[in-house]
Design a protein around this ligand. Sequence first.
Ligand code: HEM
Ligand SMILES: CC(C)=CCC/C(C)=C/CC/C(C)=C/COP(=O)(O)OP(=O)(O)O
Length: 315
Amino acid sequence: MSLADAQGQMIDETAWSGGHGGVSDYFALLKPRVMSLVIFTALVGIVLAPGGIHPVLAATALLCIAIGAGASGALNMWYDADIDSVMSRTRNRPIPAGRVTGSEALAFGLTLSGFSVFVLGLLVNWFAAALLAFTIFFYVVIYTMWLKRSTPQNIVIGGAAGAFPPVVGWAAVTGSVSLESLVLFLIIFMWTPPHFWALALFKSGDYQAANVPMMPVVAGENSTRNQIFVYSLALAPVGVLPWLMGFAGFAYGAVSVALGVAFIIFAYRVWTTREGDAARRASIRLFSFSILYLFLLFAVLLGEHLVTAFVSGLA
Ligand code: HEM
Ligand SMILES: CC(C)=CCC/C(C)=C/CC/C(C)=C/COP(=O)(O)OP(=O)(O)O
């Protein structure tokens, strides 16, 4: 199996979601792999926020954000069942495969959404709960029900939903939004277009078949490559902002510069490799690296913060 096939299979849900009915299908409705990174960014928001809260409340907040994020995935799959059944990547999801009905997924998603928002409000604070409710609304109603099917800018605007979790995490601790949490938002916001369009480039046939106006389908592959490169050039310095603004240290600064340069190199390869299997490989590599990039950036932010807190606790 070639590298491209292996990586393509990695993101092909038909390769892992098996099982018929029952717990594994309801778990798959939560989009667990995508949401794991969403939840990790929320954790970083919680830990970095000044003041701190009791660890039990922090864990409650994180659990509520995780449940809310999963619930929004279930609602997305409920609404998108028609297009998911057309695309090879998604046709084995629980609803198109007939293992869960649309109404079951809808009830599951609505119940978990209500539960997560209510518990976050009741036990942590209502401002964070309102932000979580808004994030779910944004992903399900604004992105899934409206923008996804109507404009190639769908993920640029809709991507805001994916950028909110660290802001929600921060608000769970402080009860407010701050410049720092908005910088975390901005990083994910700028990251989303290259993350997703890299995938859309090698899955554009799927979107065309499903009649979804993703950028490569509407503007063409080369225009998408240009836009990926421009967003990557903008993302790299935005990734360094936490250090430049003084809420991350030198270790983060150095790693974020290196990761930003690497991101630009991967995006440059996509930009300049436009034909055949090499072009497909370049976009698969950028897609895979995009996930590693965001994970490492937030991991270093978290690790450095914890080490600094530990060392200053010793002093
Ligand atoms: C509108 C914004 C976004 C779009 C359209 C998008 C789209 C996608 C798609 C279609 C996949 C393919 C595989 C799959 O469905 O499992 C994917 C994978 C992934 N996305 Fe995104 N994404 C977005 C935002 C995000 C955000 C905000 C995060 C995390 C912070 C994220 C994390 C991931 C991860 C970790 C994977 C890999 C999952 C795996 O291992 O298969 N995505 N994304
Ligand atoms: C707290 C909270 C509510 C967080 C939500 C975070 C969020 C919006 C993440 C976006 C993740 C995602 C898989 C988008 C996929 O687009 P798609 O739905 O078009 O992809 P698909 O074709 O795989 O269904």
